[in-house]
Structures are given as C-alpha cells and as structure tokens.
Design a binder for this molecule. Sequence first.
Ligand SMILES: Nc1ncnc2c1ncn2[C@@H]1O[C@H](COP(=O)(O)OP(=O)(O)OP(=O)(O)O)[C@@H](O)[C@H]1O
Ligand SMILES: [Mg+2]
Length: 283
Amino acid sequence: MPDELSAADIIAESAGPKAVAETDRAPSEEPEQFSPRLANARDMIITEHVDKWFGDFQALDDVSLRIKEEEIVVILGPSGSGKSTYIRCLNRLEEHDAGRIVIDDIELNEDVRALQAIRSEVGMVFQQFNLFPHLSVLSNITLGPQKVRHMPKLEAEALAMQLLERVGIPEQADKFPAQLSGGQQQRVAIARALAMQPKIMLFDEPTSALDPEMIKEVLDVMQELAESGMTMIVVTHEMGFAREVADRLVFFDEGALVEQGTPEHFFTNPREERTKLFLSQIL
Ligand SMILES: Nc1ncnc2c1ncn2[C@@H]1O[C@H](COP(=O)(O)OP(=O)(O)OP(=O)(O)O)[C@@H](O)[C@H]1O
Ligand SMILES: [Mg+2]
C-alpha cells in the first residue's frame, strides 16, 4: 500500500514543488481534500475569496471553497458564523461584495440571465418550510414546473406524484400544509425543490424546526438524495448525518472558513482550537 500513489498524490506531485510551506498557509488556503469517489469529478461550485458585508458588519470573510459534482458538504459553525449567508450567496438570495462565485460554469454577477440560470439549477430547503399555505401539497409542487418551466399541468402533476412517492408521502397530495406534520411538510418542501430538477440542493438547517421523532424521516430522504448523485450543501447540527453522509465537513466561525476535512478528520483529529471547542459543545 505505501508504494501505491493515489490519484491525488500524483496530481500533487506533478504540480511541482509547493509554493507555500504547509505551516504558512491560511486555513482557507489549505489544499482541499476530496473523497476518492470524487477524484475525477468536475467543480460544480467555485467560491473564491468571497466577502459579504451587512453595513459595517462583515458576515463573510475571504471564503474560498470548491465543491465537486456529486459531493456532499456539511457546513458546521456557531450561530452567526455566516453559514446561511454563505449558502444564500450561492443562489444570490444575497449578493456577495467581493470575490467570485461560479456555479456549474456560470459566474454569478449582475447578469440577470445568469441569475435565472442559477436559480433554476439550485434548489433550496430552509428550516421553516415556506410552503404556500393556501395551496394543496400537489399544487405547491406543480407551481414551479408550470410557471417557470412551462410544463403542462398533467405532466407537472405526474412529476409531483412521482416526487411525493420518492419522499414517502404520496397519500398526502390533496392536503394543505397545515394538515401535515412538520416532517411531512419538510418532505413536501424537498419534493417542491426537486420538481425544478436542480443540479444542486442547498439545505439550511432542514431539521432544526422538527420534533425529534420527525428528524429521521427527513434525514433519510436527504440521504437517499445524496446517494442518487445530487450535489448538496447541508447546514446542519445532525452529526450522525454529517459523519455518515458527508464527503467533507467545513467549519465556519466569524464569517471565515476555519477548517475543512473528511468526517474522520473532524471527529478524530480536528486541528483548530475553535473547531475543537465547537465540537466539544455539540457532541
Ligand atoms: N440581512 C441581514 N442584515 C444584517 N445582518 C445580517 C443579515 N443577515 C445576516 N446578518 C448577520 O450576519 C451574521 C451571519 O448570519 P448568518 O445567518 O449567516 O449566520 P448563521 O451561521 O447561519 O447562524 P445561525 O446558526 O444562527 O443560523 C450574523 O451576525 C447576522 O446577524
Ligand atoms: Mg443560519
């Protein structure tokens, strides 16, 4: 085994001598490590030196992160560390102030067409499910495909039923959101996002508003999605999910990307004091 070089080793070797000594690197400039299964995958999300300010408060500070197609990244960090701001910048719910964001080869800038392209590729699921209360479950899911993708009604309904099967609640199609449990509503929200056939799914604490007994049913749907090859970024405190499903964990603090690595790295050998402190508080 020691004689075998991994693909990453070969790439590192062929890149020549390292310009910067390991110890001199800023945390966000450390080499990104990808799971072997992603060795040949292309970059789906590129963020370089991203800053975000709210007035004179800096919410994101020089965040650089590349995410591969089909990669599952879990973002951890204390409240206020910029996790939501980061993923909201990825579909331009927030505009970044400096740096670059490129999603599936489309650069996020003032170009409205680029924005529309991104929005149709990036699905998002929030802590609060944000379903339309006056629409049935089925109509919540068919609305996007019909209005945005101009899909005929019957086709949109067939797609919606297929997605409700996938998230395990086809029998709820004709109910209204208020008639469902939190876990069921969140599964509808996931089905609604999937109905737009996104290439990337962003989850912002999707289980934080749920009663404990409903968390697993939502995590199971997310795990199935991860295994189906979706590119996903998940902000969550569910460490079981992070450990089992994530290819990579990323730790934010005070707007900066402090540390990243495999779940094994985080759970056995975190490097930064801030990471250790955070993990000691939540594990
Ligand atoms: N629209 C806004 N206007 C002003 N400040 C904001 C705005 N949105 C976020 N912030 C601030 O930016 C910082 C980062 O917020 P963000 O919501 O990204 O944190 P977070 O890591 O998602 O926290 P939490 O775990 O509590 O959800 C916080 O201090 C927050 O108060
Ligand atoms: Mg948040």
